[in-house]
Design a protein around this ligand. Structure first.
Ligand SMILES: NC(=O)C1=CN([C@@H]2O[C@H](COP(=O)(O)OP(=O)(O)OC[C@H]3O[C@@H](n4cnc5c(N)ncnc54)[C@H](OP(=O)(O)O)[C@@H]3O)[C@@H](O)[C@H]2O)C=CC1
Ligand SMILES: O=C(O)C1=N[C@H](C(=O)O)C[C@H](O)C1
Length: 240
């Protein structure tokens, strides 16, 4: 999707990270997008060939992005998204670790401005289906627990996906769901929702085996956000 004749200008915050580097490559090979800038902490680690910024205000003022794709971390994402919205730049929030109160504030601010936004705790199709199936199963079981397993470089726990899953199950059952976090080398991103019943269990599991699993969702969010006039929480709002 383009704004008239031109490409969608995306600012990638956290462009030097594991996700940022893959997102830059995935957007760059898609003609709908132009990477207007890369926000990094250390310019020496920025992907080649991009306009590099270390100050978020300069990034917004000079790169003039349509979309702020945030793939930083829990410490930075909240102030970045507040800033982007205040400048009228559409946020696509991939980073995790924010609170429910942050999402509520972003929704209100976007609503007031008629600005599109996407908060996506998980961009992988299978993860969205796992959450949906877990919500359905939750109606039939008295107890559930979540086990989320990630690579040992992940900074936040529990994961954004696990927190979102627990919230959506609570919407259905009114019950809180315990979350267990595992961090180990060799893992990428995995989650099990285990339901316990009478003499049986049901396990719904999703595995992201590589970060390629997140890239179609990132492209979808960066394109569709241009058509929105409110902020949606969960990529599923763009899929079903
Ligand atoms: N929604 C989804 O589907 C997915 C979400 N994620 C989330 O995305 C985020 C990034 O994950 P990942 O790539 O593995 O993490 P990394 O630590 O590899 O990357 C994060 C990058 O952001 C940079 N960064 C942090 N703060 C700033 C800032 N203020 N300005 C500029 N750069 C900054 C870091 O720099 P430095 O290294 O110098 O600190 C680092 O390069 C996490 O929150 C993770 O949970 C991850 C996978 C999928
Ligand atoms: O840090 C990661 O890797 C991931 N983070 C997201 C989360 O916190 O849920 C999404 C996915 O699990 C990968």
């Amino acid at each position: 999707m383009t704004l008239g004749e031109r490409s969608i200008r995306v600012l990638v915050a956290g462009a030097a990270g594991r996700m940022g580097r893959e997102a830059v490559a995935a957007l760059a090979e898609d003609g709908r997008f132009h990477i207007a800038g890369a926000l990094v902490r250390d310019p020496g680690r920025a992907p080649d060939g991009l306009r590099v910024f270390t100050d978020p205000v300069h990034a917004v003022e000079e790169a003039r992005p349509d979309v702020w794709l945030d793939l930083t971390d829990a410490e930075s994402v909240v102030r970045h998204v507040d800033l982007a919205i205040s400048f009228g730049v559409r946020p696509v929030v991939g980073a995790t670790g924010y609170g429910a109160e942050d999402v509520a504030r972003w929704q209100k601010a976007c609503e007031e401005r008629g600005l599109g936004g996407v908060v996506a705790p998980n961009f992988a199709l299978g993860a969205l289906l796992m959450i949906r199936f877990a919500q359905e199963a939750a109606r039939f079981y008295a107890a559930a627990e979540i086990v989320e397993l990630h690579h040992d470089g992940k900074k936040d726990a529990p994961s954004g996906t696990a927190r979102r899953t627990a919230l959506l199950i609570r919407d259905v059952t009114g019950r809180d769901v315990p979350i267990h976090s595992v961090r180990l080398p060799g893992l990428v991103a995995h989650q099990e929702v285990i339901f316990g019943g009478t003499g049986e269990t049901l396990t719904i599991r999703h595995d992201s085996l590589s970060r390629a699993s997140f890239m179609p969702g990132i492209r979808l969010a960066c394109a569709k956000v241009m058509e929105l006039s409110t902020l949606v929480y969960g990529l599923e709002h763009l899929l079903w």
